[in-house]
Design a protein around this ligand. Sequence first.
Ligand SMILES: Cc1cc2nc3c(=O)[nH]c(=O)nc-3n(C[C@H](O)[C@H](O)[C@H](O)COP(=O)(O)OP(=O)(O)OC[C@H]3O[C@@H](n4cnc5c(N)ncnc54)[C@H](O)[C@@H]3O)c2cc1C
Length: 494
Amino acid sequence: MKEKPSWGIHWFRRDLRLPNNRGLLANLKRTHGRTVGLFCFDSKFLSRPDFSHRRFAFFIDTLKDLRSEMKRHGGELLVLDMQPKLAFAHLIKSSEKQGLPLVTFCRDYEPFARDRDQAVTEELKKLGVDVRSERDHLLFEPHTILKDDGSAYQKYSAFSRAWMKKLESIEGQKRIARQKQSADYLNRAKARSTFKLSWKEVLDGESKKYEDQLDHFDRENRKHFDGETPAAGIRAAYQQLEEFRPRLKDYLEDRSIPATSGSSEFSKFLKNGSLTLPQVVYEYKLAHEKTDNYESSRAKFLKELIWREYYYYILFHSPRVEHEAFDKKFAKLDWNTSRADFEKWKEGRTGVPIVDAGMRELNETGWINNRVRIIVATYLTKDLRINWQWGEEYFMNQLIDGDLAANNGNWQWVASTGSENQPYFRVMNVWRQSERFDPNGEYIRKWIPELEGCETKALHDEEADRSGFKYPPPLTNHKQAREEAIAIFKRARR
Ligand SMILES: Cc1cc2nc3c(=O)[nH]c(=O)nc-3n(C[C@H](O)[C@H](O)[C@H](O)COP(=O)(O)OP(=O)(O)OC[C@H]3O[C@@H](n4cnc5c(N)ncnc54)[C@H](O)[C@@H]3O)c2cc1C
């Protein structure tokens, strides 16, 4: 029989919090608090084309917060610049005197992460290490929601019905109730000494070999991005939970209006694990909410959270979507490949005020609301007919909440190539969207100061003469662009 590990390593990845971290808790429980934390920056990940220095700055701040929270509870987080497989091999060798550790981590569902986790797990098992993984940021993992014949759902509506059924089940309700622990976490005035082991003790005389790299990464990243990022970490996330609480009742009306902050702005916290979806459901008492009430802000909010789980589900069951259209009919479309048009879109110089305002806000802050994301993505893929993958990558380079599953799924939705779509023949008119969601032109004027003195009506009118302002004429004609967009889809269907 294997010896019970007397100490453990919790490998943090995107679960950057202490409360209700199932992997970490499992480790602490089995080792009676003799657990240390590890984070590895993986050069492969940092060199991805969809990398963002802004998002990375926010991530580093979240890690710093995690480190200070661990310290407050008597623990230590070691941050290395090493591929995890290699890091574990070295650390295990250097800590031989302690015996083999228990290694825990929280599961992730992106193709890159799944491959990495499998490789690390196999390697650790070869060394005789006890490795355990736990569910974390999804309420229901993708392999647990299947049709009766064992296949995966394709459409959001069917998936969402199955998801709701699970939420209503005893197990679903229990999962939500357990989130009380997180809610209580910050209410405890004094930190308890939860962790009872230091890296120095583990590594004995070899600790100098493992110089912590967090500050180094911070300094290097600041050379590329020195702008502001929102407050990060667990306290900032909880503050946002409180801040949005009274605004939830107006979500249905306000969420799409870019001139107000009508949505929760939780996405950046969900991305790094400062918040989790189960916790949000617990905090807002959504566990008994029904999603079929179209008039209710609370129902709408829950539905949006389910979209998040849905896109992880799609990515898990069809990992190919990371590189291609979900709908194979539309794998190859006759896209416009003009780099000049793409640059104008990126820079917010298309001559369509609502699109340019959105792109300028995105470039400046790393965040735009869902409606504006839909508008700028529609303009790129339908009016300019530029490949959604170009836009997808650009969003990832800019967004502070950039997330492969949600970003890919939503781009494919807008581009009509996805599992659940905006139908290709129903091309949204961005001028009408502009009128509807920014009726007073407040948002447009904020981000396009050149149009400060422009009449509101003219901000939303494709035909209006805006030549008196230092602002370009529209790059496209919507009616014509719409016909051409439909035509390229029809040609692909043949
Ligand atoms: C082209 C495009 C690209 C997008 N890229 C991303 C991305 O990279 N990362 C990301 O998290 N979201 C993305 N979204 C989805 C959505 O726009 C954001 O989640 C939302 O705007 C974040 O703001 P919020 O937290 O205030 O959302 P709220 O409206 O308050 O919603 C609460 C939470 O529900 C989830 N959610 C809401 N809408 C969606 C949706 N349509 N799809 C999936 N989850 C949703 C998010 O986790 C969000 O934080 C994208 C949408 C579009 C149209």
